[in-house]
Design a protein around this ligand. Sequence first.
Ligand code: AMP
Ligand code: MG
Length: 484
Amino acid sequence: MKNPGFNFQNTYTNLPSCFFTETNAVSVREPTLVILNEDLCKDIDLDFKLLTEKETASLLSGNSVLSNMNPFAQAYAGHQFGYFTNLGDGRALMLGEHITNSGKRYDIQFKGSGPTSYSRQGDGKAVLGPMLREYIISEAMHSLKIPTTRSLAVVKTGEKILRETFLPGAILTRLASSHIRVGTFQYAVARQEKTFLQQLFDYTIERHYPQISNSKEKALELINILLKKQIHLVTNWMRVGFIHGVMNTDNTTLSGETIDYGPCAFMDNFNMSTVFSSVDVQGRYSYGNQPVITQWNLARFSETLLPLIAKNPADGIKVVEDIVKSFPKLYKNSWLEMMKNKLGISGESNEDEKLINDLLNLMEKNTVDYTNTFSDLTYENFSKGNFYQNEGFKNWYESYKKRLENGLLTKKDTFNLMRANNPYVIPRNHNVEHVIKEALQSNYSALFEILSVLKNPYKKEKVSEKFIQPADPSNRVNQTFCGT
Ligand code: AMP
Ligand code: MG
């Protein structure tokens, strides 16, 4: 098998052996390529044109192995819905760390390639629908300029996997700047060996944050860095109406990238309590709870570093708590700034928070679409729907116009700011479900179409109405599933 350019140089496996298990993908019946991300291949110096399509499918299903591949599954733990559990890559496999020509390091990982020593009761497999969901949404997030893992390919395995019914098996190949999770640190601590924690910590700094490698208080600095990274991430999720759905600590990265797209979805109507995941019965991971949960996960992360902060871990608690407690204020500032950008407002005014909340309350009360309302404000398009005729909205709009007039920006600057912060198109849940339904019949044109539209989410030009309109009662999809 020719190598399309994978330049694997693993460093993770220099960690103590309890952090991973060398594992091979199980071979699959009949791999066929569903989609390959050509743009991403170019960006990371891979060229699958050197291979036939059959060879590509064979390589990206694990049926063929390159001589420089030493795949392994990673161990980790995590709080799932608040409860601590030992986990690990139960249906994922690291092919290796790929180094691009410009020296960037990326984890290349399979999802759905068969059991590992961490599979517990699971079969280690994945099915087509959820793998396409991850592909579509992670690529959309990238184009929305939100930190995320990427998707390189989806291959069908030619097998039928038993879930609620038999479904076509599939393997996703994804890319991440690393798969180090808050749960990886929790795992290191649970092993009760301080050197394990120290080694993981040093590795993380070397890999992600070498700028603090010489500082005196590295552990505190790392917590502060993660605080900012995670605030940036969750603020952006809130900006575009993204609901992750499973914000467990094992799904929270040290890189600050969005990871593990399961029952995630974008909301149509603005409502703080929106939940899609079928298993999130209490709404722990609802749209509006995401910032609080980010803080909770950060607190769990900070606890893991206590042994590195002071000889007696209890001595570090106060200083760590102060950092974690700074979250709400920092988040609020970040959220306000983001919302002001969405409204094209600059400069400070004590009235801004009220102005923003008044609009959001009106939107929630009148059940209007989040994305489209901000697009309509951006393009001053008030011809559709009753909301804009509503007295409450009209009054709000007057105050808003006054605020813009008293601001510092020209009309053009306001428009540009709004356009850069308000997506015109998002992967709406009913559209994603439609694409998956078609793909299950081996029709992939809808998949290619949505991916092409989502490449330019901030552009209004030539986007078909079907991607703009929220679901109507006949095609609304209110629930999403983990798909495990
Ligand atoms: P996730 O929903 O991706 O956060 O997964 C939670 C945990 O369940 C991880 O340890 C996964 O590896 C594991 N898991 C999910 N699906 C499967 C499966 N089909 N087989 C084995 N393990 C799985
Ligand atoms: Mg996960």
